[in-house]
Design a protein around this ligand. Structure first.
Ligand code: GDP
Ligand code: IMO
Ligand code: MG
Length: 428
């Protein structure tokens, strides 16, 4: 059975949640491997509409074991709220949601640090989600992070929290002119979280290994996209985790060679939230039209997403560094009323033509070289096979395949679980 990594091929919000919810029909295990509640994975199915921030998007399939892996940073209050939300919709999480005892915590002071540092940048913020993602990963790398498994080690936890409170207080009082961090409050929060999350916290390693040994179907659910990967994204306008399948391997605890399929998820156009270069961005009526038709407003922050044409250079670059074996192209239906659709096929940088993503500063200066393709001007949402699509839509998809050099396995034609076309063996 395949082990499939689902990886964002653009700037995030490509439709990964929908893809995982759709594929999880046959999955035994679904693992979130990176990021935290900066994610907003929207799912529309028979249970309703959900914007999941931490729960794996396989949660709506009762047979799927759902794992939050060691690579994720966990805000317990957000997670508890989300568990309550899906339970209210009749979805049981008991005995099938598992949190790695190796996953790190996000504390309120991480969120505050994120907010204060963004504010300190004045008119030039990075545009983070202000969920405390980088401060938590930063403590993890500095080796002063607290992990879910530490809840069970009370003496160690109390000692660590005292040290953290002392060091952070110096920062908060001295740099931010903010009140000190109280170790007692941190300890009390941990006690509260521990009590409610205890049934879910385990060493997830045996569960994942057993799934591999028994040749079960495993899905690895990515957060964000390659253009915001810490190493390969447009630094510093990136997140603080690895969005690539390498992150799926380490963040879930699966040897790289066991990942048999890597599905890059892209939209038929490009969106981004937050700052940094986005060569195909449209700051005009066409951009507004895509935003309105695609309802491109952030699932986590409700910010308007920046919209533009499909960036073939960025998607091809993503395919190269992430090693996509297949591509999912979502939201094809958003172009149903367009006369002409553009694809960015290369970049111009001064006299040079580029087919790869350069350093961030140069990326801010590139001009896309567009190809114009005819629109199809009819509804695609009812299509369930490739041959149901109009010829112009197939030509558009064919051109994306050529530019990205990866076969398309899945096409999104609407927000519902069933609004999908599978076009390769072994994916339906
Ligand atoms: P994610 O973060 O990658 O899971 O993506 P988001 O959930 O943030 O954003 C994708 C949005 O597009 C959500 O509102 C989905 O419901 C919606 N969506 C996904 N696939 C399709 C599609 O094929 N057509 C349409 N119209 N909407 C889609
Ligand atoms: P999903 O999983 C879109 C963006 C932020 C900011 C940058 C860093 O739904 O695709 P962070 O809070 O991670 O430090 O912010 O990354 N960002 C996202 N953009 N979708 C997301 O998640 C995002 N998570 C973070 O806007 O530019
Ligand atoms: Mg999202």
């Amino acid at each position: 059975m395949p082990v499939t990594a689902i990886v964002g091929a653009q700037w995030g919000d490509e439709g990964k949640g929908k893809v995982v919810d759709t594929l999880a029909n046959h999955a035994d295990v679904v693992v979130r491997y990176n990021g935290g509640n900066n994610a907003g994975h929207t799912i529309q199915n028979q249970h309703g509409t959900f914007r999941l921030h931490l729960l794996p998007s396989g949660i709506f399939h009762p047979a799927a074991q759902c794992v939050i892996g060691p690579g994720v940073v966990v805000n317990p209050d957000v997670l508890l709220g989300e568990i309550a939300e899906v339970e209210r919709a009749g979805i049981s999480t008991q005995g099938r949601l598992w949190l790695s005892d190796r996953a790190h915590l996000i504390f309120p002071h991480h969120i505050l640090t994120d907010e204060l540092e963004e504010a300190a940048r004045g008119g030039k913020p990075h545009g983070t989600t202000k969920q405390g993602i980088w401060p938590s990963y930063s403590d993890k790398v500095a080796r002063i992070g607290i992990r879910l498994g530490d809840f069970a080690e009370e003496a160690h936890l109390a000692e660590q929290l005292r040290f953290i409170a002392e060091r952070k207080s110096a920062l908060f009082e001295g740099v931010y002119h903010h009140e000190a961090i109280d170790a007692g409050n941190l300890l009390a929060a941990c006690a509260r979280w521990s009590e409610r999350l205890r049934p879910y916290i385990i060493d997830t390693h045996p569960l994942v290994q057993e799934a591999l040994r028994a040749d079960r179907m495993v899905l690895l659910e990515g957060q964000l996209g390659v253009m915001r990967d810490l190493d390969w994204g447009l630094y510093p306008y990136v997140t603080s985790s690895t969005t690539l399948p390498g992150g799926a391997s380490s963040g879930a605890g699966i040897p790289p060679y066991k990942i048999t399929r890597i599905l890059g998820v892209a939209k038929a156009y490009t969106t981004a939230v937050g700052s940094g270069p986005m060569p195909t961005e449209l700051v005009d009526a066409t951009g507004d039209r895509i935003r309105e038709l695609g309802q491109e407003f952030g699932a986590t922050t409700r910010r308007s997403r920046r919209c533009g044409w499909f960036d073939g250079v960025a998607a091809r670059f993503a395919a190269e560094v992430a090693g996509f074996t297949h591509l999912a192209v979502m939201k094809l239906d958003i172009f149903d009323t367009f006369d002409t659709i553009r694809i960015g096929a290369a970049y111009r940088l001064g006299e040079r033509t580029l087919h790869t993503v350069p350093h961030t500063a140069a990326m801010a200066r590139v001009e896309p070289v567009y190809e114009d393709l005819p629109g199809w001007r009819c509804a695609t949402s009812g299509a369930r096979r490739l041959t149901d699509l109009p010829v112009a839509a197939r030509m558009f998809l064919r051109r994306i395949e050529e530019i990205v050099s990866v076969p398309i396995a899945m096409i999104g034609v609407g927000p519902e679980r069933s609004d999908v076309i599978f076009c390769q063996e072994g994916w339906a």
